[in-house]
Write a protein that binds this ligand. Structure first.
Ligand code: HEM
Ligand code: HEM
Length: 185
C-alpha cells in the first residue's frame, strides 16, 4: 500500500452503497408481497406504484454508481486475501453490478409491454415513459416477467453470498471489510 493511499471507498460510493442496499432489500420484499400476499386492492395498487417508482430511481442511481466505479479510485483488495478470494470478490462485485442494472430493466420492460398499459409515476414527481416499441406485446411481457423473477432469485443469492463473504473475512481472517465501506479510521 502506498503512503497516503486511502483504504476506504470514497464518500459518494459509501452513501450510494448503503442507501441502495437498503432500497434493494425493500424492493425484493415489496416484490414478494405484491406477488404472493393477499392484501387490500388499493394498498396493492399503491405498492405497485412505489415498487415501480423506487425501481426507476434505482436505475438512475445505478448509472451514478457505475460512473463512480469507473472514474473514481477503488481501494485495492486487502493483502490478507488469497488470489482466488480476490478473483471471487471481483466476479461477485461485477455480478452485483450486472444485477443492479438488469433488475430494473426487466421490470421496466415488463410494465411497458403489459396489457394494462398503466403509467409509471415516480413518487408523484414525474412520469417515466414506457420502453418504446413493446406496447401490449404479450411475448415480451411474459419473457420480461419470468426474467424479473429469475433475476431476483439470482440477485438475492448473490447478496447472501456477498454478506457471507464479509462475515467469513471478519471471523476467520480477522479482517473487518466494513471499515472499507464506512468512514472509520
Ligand atoms: C443489498 C444489496 C447490496 C449490493 C447490491 C451490494 C453491492 C456491492 C458492490 C457492487 C460492492 C463492490 C464495490 C466495488 O468495488 O465496486 C460492494 C462492496 C462492499 N459491500 Fe456491499 N452490497 C449490498 C449489501 C451489503 C451488505 C448488507 C453488507 C454488509 C455486510 C455489504 C458490505 C460490503 C462491504 C464491506 C464492501 C467492501 C468490500 C471490499 O472491497 O472490501 N454490502 N457491495
Ligand atoms: C430495482 C430493482 C428491482 C427489484 C429488486 C425488484 C424485485 C421484484 C420481485 C422480487 C418481484 C416478485 C417477482 C415474482 O414473484 O414474479 C417483483 C415484481 C414486480 N416488479 Fe420488480 N423489482 C425491481 C425493479 C422493478 C421496476 C423498475 C419495475 C417497473 C418499472 C418493476 C415492476 C414490477 C412489477 C409490475 C412486478 C409484479 C409482477 C406481476 O405481478 O405481474 N420492478 N419485483
Amino acid at each position: 500500500m502506498l503512503r497516503g493511499e486511502s483504504v476506504r471507498y470514497n464518500s459518494l460510493t459509501i452513501i450510494l452503497h448503503w442507501l441502495m442496499a437498503l432500497a434493494f432489500f425493500v424492493m425484493l420484499a415489496s416484490g414478494v408481497v405484491m406477488e404472493y400476499f393477499d392484501i387490500d386492492k388499493s394498498l396493492k395498487y399503491q405498492l405497485f406504484q412505489w415498487h415501480k417508482g423506487g425501481g426507476v430511481l434505482l436505475l438512475l442511481a445505478f448509472f451514478l454508481r457505475l460512473a463512480m466505479r469507473i472514474f473514481a479510485r477503488t481501494p485495492p483488495l486487502p493483502e490478507t486475501m488469497k488470489a482466488l478470494e480476490k478473483k471471487l470478490a471481483k466476479i461477485g462485485h461485477w455480478g452485483l453490478y450486472v444485477m443492479m442494472l438488469l433488475m430494473p430493466l426487466s421490470g421496466w420492460l415488463m410494465v411497458s409491454s403489459s396489457p394494462y398499459g398503466l403509467p409509471t409515476i415516480v413518487f408523484d414527481m414525474f412520469e417515466w415513459p414506457h420502453f418504446p416499441g413493446v406496447t401490449g406485446n404479450g411475448a415480451v411481457h411474459d419473457g420480461a416477467k419470468l426474467a424479473h423473477l429469475i433475476l431476483a432469485i439470482i440477485f438475492a443469492a448473490l447478496i447472501a453470498g456477498h454478506i457471507a463473504a464479509v462475515v467469513k473475512h471478519a471471523i476467520s481472517d480477522k479482517e473487518n471489510l466494513l471499515k472499507r465501506m464506512w468512514w472509520t479510521k
